[in-house]
Design a protein around this ligand. Structure first.
Ligand SMILES: NC(=O)c1ccc[n+]([C@@H]2O[C@H](COP(=O)([O-])OP(=O)(O)OC[C@H]3O[C@@H](n4cnc5c(N)ncnc54)[C@H](OP(=O)(O)O)[C@@H]3O)[C@@H](O)[C@H]2O)c1
Length: 297
């Protein structure tokens, strides 16, 4: 029987740590002929048991597929692995899902371009158990046309998000998004400690907190327009009002012996804006504190 669906394309995965193994497993689950390579060969065994082909050398691995995914510890490890096989990579597409800095990503893109290698830099926005689930994003930068050409294969790993032609942007977004995650974790865990002091289980508080994050996302979307416009009208809630509100949080924490470093940081940022005459503005004005940071040090 014939179908209109093309056969899944062959892929190569280099680096079989926790993340690389999850990537290779997702390709195998989706029916892609998958060749794998790892510095320590024993990590290939479970994938070979699931149908992967184990390449004995990096050269063998990269010549097995047009699409080559690399996910190792860091960019120096990527270069150490791939520099000796640059000639074999020519004309193929290298997808680098290793974490690094925007500068490293741009340097890797330039190296690839110099060797006639198609290059996509990526940021995996989940942990290995989330690979294969389209609820989670994988950020791509440096080659919109390459992403378009290989989207069916890459979509197997997670929802591909195209950040455009600048190869540094996946790393930049990744860093910013992790900062956002740690800020949310910090605020949530501080609140869990506060509520827990009155006997509220974390699970109960978290159900309400997750709903609140949807409202916070709505605030952020409106405030992003203000940041881009450089105007911060305080027509929903002013910084002056939020200074009073953070006082309630500090007071509740003090009564319960809860560490106050996080709310004090928020208060400090708000007070700076108030001292500069912006107490009547929206909270989005705080972005200016961050932009001015180098001159304060
Ligand atoms: N785990 C996550 O949740 C997660 C999420 C997003 C992004 N990432 C990123 O994904 C990348 C891999 O993370 P991971 O969790 O898979 O780490 P991991 O389990 O520690 O695996 C590291 C991998 O890098 C290889 N490696 C390290 N140094 C090498 C070198 N000098 N030459 C060749 N290979 C080398 C290791 O090979 P050996 O097996 O031979 O040691 C192994 O395959 C990192 O950049 C990480 O930041 C991870």
């Amino acid at each position: 029987m014939t179908t209109n669906h093309p056969a899944p394309q062959p892929v190569t995965v280099i680096g079989l740590g926790q993340m690389g193994s999850a990537l290779a497993a997702a390709f195998l689950d989706a029916g892609h002929p998958t060749t794998v390579f790892n510095r320590s060969p024993e990590k290939a065994r479970p994938l070979v048991a699931r149908g992967a082909v184990h390449a004995a050398t990096v050269a063998e691995a990269v010549t097995a597929s047009e699409l080559v995914v690399v996910c190792v510890l860091d960019y120096p490890a990527v270069r150490a692995l791939l520099e000796p096989v640059a000639a074999e990579l020519r004309g193929r597409v290298l997808v680098n899902l290793t974490s690094g800095s925007p500068g490293q990503a741009r340097a890797e893109a330039a190296w690839a371009a110099g060797h006639g290698i198609g290059y996509l830099d990526g940021g995996v926005m989940t942990t290995p158990p989330g690979i294969g689930d389209s609820a989670h994003m994988i950020l791509y930068a440096g080659g919109p046309e390459l992403l378009a050409a290989h989207r069916p294969a890459l979509a197997v790993l997670g929802d591909p998000v195209d950040l455009g032609a600048d190869a540094g942007l996946a790393s930049l977004y990744d860093a910013g998004l992790l900062g956002l995650m740690w800020s949310v974790f910090g605020g949530w865990l501080h609140a869990v400690a506060l509520a827990g002091a009155d006997g509220v289980p974390a699970t109960e508080f978290t159900g309400v907190a997750v709903r609140w994050l949807r409202t916070v996302a709505w605030f952020m979307t409106a405030y992003a327009d203000q940041v881009d416009a450089g105007e911060y009208p305080g027509d929903d809630a002013t910084i002056d009002v939020q200074v009073a509100a953070v006082g309630h949080l500090l007071h509740a924490g003090e009564e319960r012996g809860i560490d106050d470093r996080l709310p004090r940081l928020h208060l400090e940022l708000m007070r700076e804006a108030v001292a500069a005459g912006h107490g009547g503005d929206s909270y989005a004005r705080i972005v200016e504190n961050f932009r001015k940071a180098p001159t304060r040090r």
